[in-house]
Design a protein around this ligand. Structure first.
Ligand code: PEP
Ligand code: MG
Length: 889
């Protein structure tokens, strides 16, 4: 039953469901006291009281009376009295918000200590304990209530240790600590003109108010902004009887987990520090001992602790993190919460809790996420202590790789061809570097952000990549890179690149392949046969996610190798084949010849022959599954020579008298096709009127490949997709042309052929006119890269480096809209187009194939919006399968 004190709850009056009112720590304490665990008695001043205080900046009516009454109860329960030297009750006053804000708010321990209490303890022969507790009170009260700089206390403490020759605080004796207490009190007086109040009730009162006020401290506000915690929740204040780990040999404090939070292995895991308070364990000033050591010293106590930990884990059905104190051989549990864990541990624990019957597989799926899986899929460096990186940058594409530095793509390809491992370093990359990106084990750039060309391509290829490396200067001509501090890295220097941390190291570090990735792609038959517990757990949860998910998972892939890798990772087809990727590298000149009308017919014939070959092998690699081939979408600047470079070349040639007609023509066509905003220029469906022959060639190649393969008995399922459509008239014109070609090819072979034709919704106008598009499309595929670029009006190539990163730093944007889908803006367009499209054509297929489709944080949105399938780069497929499953349970 609840006492009639609205602002105060005794521990036994609450439970774990009341975190909003009692804070996380308070709710945990209440729940443990309900479970009969040895929790010291206490009460909680609710968040409601804090909110009332914050609103009025003064004490809400009746609060203090209620605290006084609760203290009377606490005295009765503990058998001690506040301020009574013969049986002194000391209390801890701790903050505790609904969401954990570690170290962000204030705590005052040992409230109730004063001269009289200390003297009585000294008289009872507990001088060291008395002065240690007293100095802690002065220190925390001085800092928290009176605002004295905490560093000043630390300085005195350090000085005292130096004077006495004590290595740690534990070596200070009673006389030292008495001196320290006096020194601290002098410091407080000198700084504030106030003394530590001798009246315990005044200490308590002011400590509670100081904890309320710490909700609005600068650290706390910053932390909330960062973590997205609302500012109006307020903190609870836990007032609990002090138990003392600093009360001699048979006392101490510890922090432990119900299982290993790093590996997930079963068995209690933790640290214990004898003759210390909890703060000392966390601060790391002395090295704690392993819990097993406590087991050897105090077996009964260890046994009791293990029993409580089991009770907690079975009750919470999850890994718990527990703080405890031993006071003269008696165990007290002071705090519990769900324990933070490594990605590997998260999977293992979730599945082992299923094995133990504590949770079911649906629940287990909610205990892990795609981001955790992502980190388990990449190779890692074997850990090496004491190693410092050469340079830092942005963690653009995770992974770990080493190799010899090269500074241009040609060298990267040459060296790789003769079996060398290379790391490509560039100021930044462009489509010209594709061959180099493909050849290199890792890529580093001095410029560019997380959505720069290098970053996006590297992620797609699964290459390790660090962009925006601070202070890196790459000189491809002199074949050397330099770093600040005179570090010079000539071509051939071996470096190691950690794409997960965004760091570059000197020399070769050992790389370990991801066991998880290997197992997923090998399709290990029976999960029970696997000895690695984390691998087994990942496979088990992936299988369950596949059972539950409603979202299909497809791949963005162009080559048979990528297609096969995607299949092994569980792709159910290719959702986006970017045909312009088939024309990169050396083949780029084909596009140049096409637009310069320099043997256009010859270039077209070559492109068609290439396309026939590539489509054939891609369709075979994906036999039985859909392959969505997108018409060429080449932003012209990615295919034509750089106008400035070419102008310089021509000028130099003219100077030397070597300027020939070919170069002149090249310059004039490059000028003719040059665009100021190529991303908004001649791309995608817009080629229809300018270069329709290219569309014909691609469609003809796909139709020919399909008919030939089907005739040979292959089950191939190609579809066509039109990019960058803004208006329905573009779509109908393209569709008519494509259907005409398909019909021609079919007629020529005396076969029948139908290729579904879909449209990419990647411009705001397409989304706004979705109903009209749906009348002429078999499916929509949301291209959220361009949709983000065009609805924000931000260049996907330049925004990160030029201002997006600064936006995030300034707190203007919390996330990168090119990475995580902006639900409020871009998402609204997607949702509207999905709704209008389906209204116009019930059963319209809906896919998404921008980078966001592989982003764990965006997948919930697609699931809620009724998207049918997501298409992402092959390495992200397991991540998407898992996330899609999570969204469905
Ligand atoms: C998109 O714009 O989201 C998309 C998938 O197309 P691309 O990235 O090739 O422009
Ligand atoms: Mg696009």
């Amino acid at each position: 039953e609840r006492t009639a004190r609205p602002f105060v709850l005794e521990l036994h009056e609450g439970d774990r469901t009341m975190a909003a009112l009692l804070g996380g720590k308070g709710a945990g304490l209440a729940e443990m006291s309900r479970l009969g665990l040895p929790v010291p008695p206490g009460f909680i001043v609710t968040t409601e009281a804090c909110r009332a205080w914050l609103a009025g900046a003064r004490e809400p009516d009746g609060l203090w009376d209620q605290i006084e009454a609760a203290m009377v109860d606490l005295e009765r329960r503990s058998g001690l009295r506040f301020g009574d030297p013969s049986a002194p009750l000391l209390v801890s006053v701790r903050s505790g918000a609904r969401f954990s804000m570690p170290g962000m708010m204030e705590t005052v321990l040992d409230v109730g200590m004063n001269d009289a209490v200390a003297a009585a303890l000294v008289a009872r022969g507990e001088g060291r304990f008395a002065w240690d507790s007293y100095r802690r009170l002065v220190q925390m009260y001085g800092r928290t209530v009176l605002g004295v700089d905490g560093a000043l206390f630390d300085e005195q403490l350090t000085r005292l240790r130096q004077q006495t020759g004590a290595a740690t605080d534990a070596e200070l004796d009673a006389a030292d600590l008495e001196r320290l207490t006096a020194g601290f009190r002098w410091l407080v007086h000198e700084r504030t003109g106030e003394d530590l109040p001798q009246d315990p009730r005044e200490q308590l009162h002011r400590a509670v108010v100081a904890v309320f006020a710490s909700w609005n401290g600068e650290r706390a506000r910053l932390y909330r902004a960062l973590e997205g915690i609302p500012d109006d929740l307020g903190t609870a204040v836990n007032v609990v009887q002090m138990v003392f780990g600093n009360r001699g040999e048979r006392s101490g404090s510890g922090v432990c987990f119900t299982r290993d939070p790093v590996s997930g292995a079963p068995g209690v895991f933790g640290d214990y520090l004898p003759d210390a308070q909890g703060e000392d364990v966390v601060s790391g000033s002395r090295s704690p001992m392993d819990l097993s050591e406590l087991g050897r010293r105090e077996p009964a106590l260890h046994q009791e602790l293990s029993t409580h930990l089991r009770t907690l884990e079975e009750h919470y059905r999850d890994l718990c993190d527990v703080e405890f104190t031993v006071e003269q051989g008696r165990l007290w549990i002071l705090q519990t919460r769900l324990g933070k864990r490594s990605p590997a541990a998260a999977f293992r624990i979730a599945v082992e809790l299923v094995d133990e019957g504590l949770i079911d597989l649906d629940e287990a799926l909610t205990r892990v996420d795609g981001t955790q899986l992502q980190t388990l899929l990449h190779p890692t460096f074997a850990s090496q202590e004491g190693l410092t990186p050469l340079a830092h940058g942005l963690a653009a594409s995770p992974g770990a790789a080493y190799g010899q530095l090269v500074f241009d793509s040609a060298t990267a390809m040459e060296w790789t061809a003769i079996g060398r491992a290379v790391v490509l370093a560039r100021p930044e990359t462009s489509p010209d570097d594709f061959g180099g990106l493909l050849a290199a084990r890792a890529v580093i750039t001095s410029r560019g952000g997380l959505t720069s060309h290098a970053a996006v391509v590297a992620r797609g290829l699964g290459r390790t990549c660090v962009t925006g490396v601070e202070g890196l200067v790459v000189d491809p001509v002199a074949r050397v890179a330099t770093l600040p501090g005179g570090v010079s890295l000539p071509e051939g220097t071996v470096v190691s690149v950690d794409g997960t941390a965004g760091e570059v190291y000197a020399g070769q570090r050992d790389v370990e392949p991801s066991a998880v990735s290997t197992a997923i792609s090998q399709g290990v038959p029976h999960t029970a046969e696997i000895s690695d517990s984390t691998v087994r757990a990942v496979l088990t949860l992936l299988a369950h996610a596949d059972l539950r998910r409603r979202l299909g998972v497809m791949a963005n892939a162009e080559t048979p190798d990528e297609a096969r890798a995607a299949r092994r990772f569980g792709a159910e087809g290719i959702g986006l084949c970017r045909t312009e990727h088939m024309l990169l590298g050396e083949r780029r000149v084909l596009v140049e010849r096409l637009v310069t009308d320099d043997d256009r017919a010859g270039a077209l014939a070559e492109i068609e022959a290439l396309a026939l070959e590539e489509f054939t092998s891609l369709l075979v690699a994906m036999e039985g599954l859909p392959v969505v081939v997108r018409l060429l979408d080449p932003p012209m600047h990615e295919f034509l020579p750089d106008l400035v470079d070419l102008s310089v070349e021509a000028a130099v040639a003219a100077e030397r008298g070597t300027l020939d007609a070919a170069l002149e023509r090249r310059l004039s066509t490059t000028r003719r096709w040059h665009e100021s905003n190529p991303m908004l220029g001649l791309r995608g469906v817009r080629l229809l009127t300018v270069l329709p022959q290219i569309i014909d060639a691609q469609v003809r190649a796909l139709a020919e490949a399909t008919i030939a393969l089907r005739a040979a008995g292959h089950d191939v399922r190609p579809e066509l997709m039109v990019p960058l459509v803004a208006d329905v008239a573009e779509l109908t014109a393209a569709r008519e042309r494509m259907e005409g070609i398909v019909a021609d090819v079919a007629r020529a072979h005396d076969a029948s052929l139908h290729l579904p034709i879909g449209v990419m919704v990647e411009l705001p106008r397409a989304a706004l006119t979705a109903a009209a598009l749906a009348d002429h499309a078999d499916f929509f595929s949301f291209g959220t890269n361009d949709l983000t670029q065009t609805s924000w009006g931000m260049s996907r190539d330049d925004a990160e480096a030029n201002f997006l990163a600064a936006y995030r730093e300034a707190g203007i944007l919390a996330t990168d809209p090119f990475k995580t889908l902006d639900e409020a803006g871009v998402g609204a367009l997607v949702a509207m187009a999905a709704r209008d499209g389906r209204r116009a054509r019930p059963g319209l297929g809906l896919g998404a194939c921008g980078e966001h489709a592989g982003d764990p944080a965006s997948i919930g949105f697609f699931a809620r919006t009724g998207i049918d399938y997501l298409s992402c780069s092959p390495p992200r497929i397991p991540v998407v399968r898992l996330e899609a499953g999570r969204q469905a349970v």
